[in-house]
Design a protein around this ligand. Sequence first.
Ligand SMILES: [Zn+2]
Length: 107
Amino acid sequence: MPRHFAIFMVCWVVLGIGVGIFYKRATYATKKSAHPFLVIGFGVVFLGFTEWLMRWNVPWFFIVALIVITFLNIRNTQFCSGCNATIYPRGFTRPLFCSKCGVALKS
Ligand SMILES: [Zn+2]
């Protein structure tokens, strides 16, 4: 495994564990306010690693796809005010109800 890729994988796993703990333990209000910044931050870090791994030759459509994915993640991920669950989107639509407790989700 190339050294650059190993560094990327270690950083990505550590960030993933940290964010996983955050989404599991943070309050509803904290998750709702921090989510856009976390998703944009992850997108920037991922793009930075990708540029670094590809020696600054990332194709433009990759960047566009990353922006679209970031936008959809911010728009469609919701948080339940009833049970504090993080509701991840399935496809391109926003869930209307919490999958854990059934409460109607706020837009
Ligand atoms: Zn719920």
